[in-house]
Design a protein around this ligand. Sequence first.
Ligand code: ADP
Ligand code: ADP
Length: 222
Amino acid sequence: DPMVVLKNLTKTYRNGSQALVNVNLRVNRGDFLFVTGPSGAGKSTLLKLLYGQEQPTSGEVIVNQQSLRQLKGNRLAMLRRRIGVVFQDYKLIPRRTVAENVAFVLWAQGFTRKEIQRRLQPTLKMVGLQDKTHRFPDELSGGEQQRVSIARAVVGTPPLLLADEPTGNLDLDNSRQVIKILKKLNSIGITVVVTTHDEQLVRLSNHPVVQLRHGYLHYLRS
Ligand code: ADP
Ligand code: ADP
């Protein structure tokens, strides 16, 4: 069964901006999908609808077999826990160390201290930050900060990872490294959806690609 289904999805913001127009999309479990398109094409909106940050104007969003339309309050919060999200600007807590930033989400979800200890080091190792555990975000390079935010997104082992322009502030080397980590996560079973306006990055890989243009979705490579 699919991880994500979008049916006739339209999003018009209150100011009249048409961000998405009749979008249909299916993402199967285990897929790695690139969503490309120029700035303003609707990429962020698509991801926001997937984790319930915005509501559709019409159409349906189904994630992990649950329609988001019927999900409110607690049940929406539960679904969100099963979705890891990575942003272009990292959104780390500045006065917390790498370890604290990553542990915080587990703590907030009621994981025991022992379970947090068990998960923290392997996750930081996976993103290559095992030696920077006690650093603060402003002591890290952009690429390292983004890797902390990836660790935070997956430390709770979500089945779905959404990354919104994760390489938008990074140079090509760091961008490649981030994509490599996302692919590694995909190879251990996490379904990954990544938005990027960077065509070069997409060309370097052979994963499926869809493109948004003025809110319309086109399949480029499947
Ligand atoms: P992308 O991520 O591809 O840059 P967005 O999804 O951010 O595109 O934006 C798609 C369109 O919707 C743009 O025209 C943008 O200006 C508009 N938009 C995005 N967010 C909002 C908002 N909160 N209110 C009004 N318009 C918005
Ligand atoms: P990149 O090659 O990713 O651009 P930088 O040149 O920004 O990396 O940083 C190189 C190294 O210096 C990184 O390992 C980072 O941890 C460290 N570093 C960067 N900025 C700071 C800082 N403000 N304080 C301490 N260490 C830093």
